[in-house]
Design a protein around this ligand. Structure first.
Ligand code: ZN
Length: 118
């Protein structure tokens, strides 16, 4: 019987009935928050890509340092694994491959040889 009332939305400001999907109250003009979910998801994805950018940046910093201090390479691989978990394979794979190479170079004395040549 009251099926009409179930889908009926009302203005959050003045309480007048609103049509489905309307963005502004026709009576008082106050914006209605029906689009809130999608804008929230957008903010979340922006935050995520910011996090990925810092993972990539710190991962490469650690990879470069691992040439001289191999243990730091564990940090860059950790960032690579975090990127894989978030399905950023195109960023994660070169980071992990290069940091592995850099760790091996660091362990085989690249840093010592580099400083020795100075
Ligand atoms: Zn209103």
């Amino acid at each position: 019987m009251d099926s009409q009332d179930k889908s009926q939305k009302y203005c959050s400001n003045c309480g007048s009935p609103l049509n489905d999907g309307i963005k502004f109250c026709p009576k008082c003009g106050v914006p209605q928050d029906q689009g809130k979910e999608s804008s929230g998801a957008f903010i979340t994805s922006t935050d995520k890509s910011k996090t990925h950018t810092s993972y990539i940046a710190w991962g490469w910093v650690c990879a470069a340092v691992s040439l001289f201090i191999p243990i730091v390479g564990a940090g860059s691989i950790t960032f690579g694994v975090l990127l894989i978990k978030d399905k950023r394979l195109s960023a994660a794979i070169p980071l992990i491959v290069c940091s592995s190479i850099f760790i091996i170079l660091g362990l085989t004395g690249f840093g010592a040889g580099f400083f020795g040549a100075l």
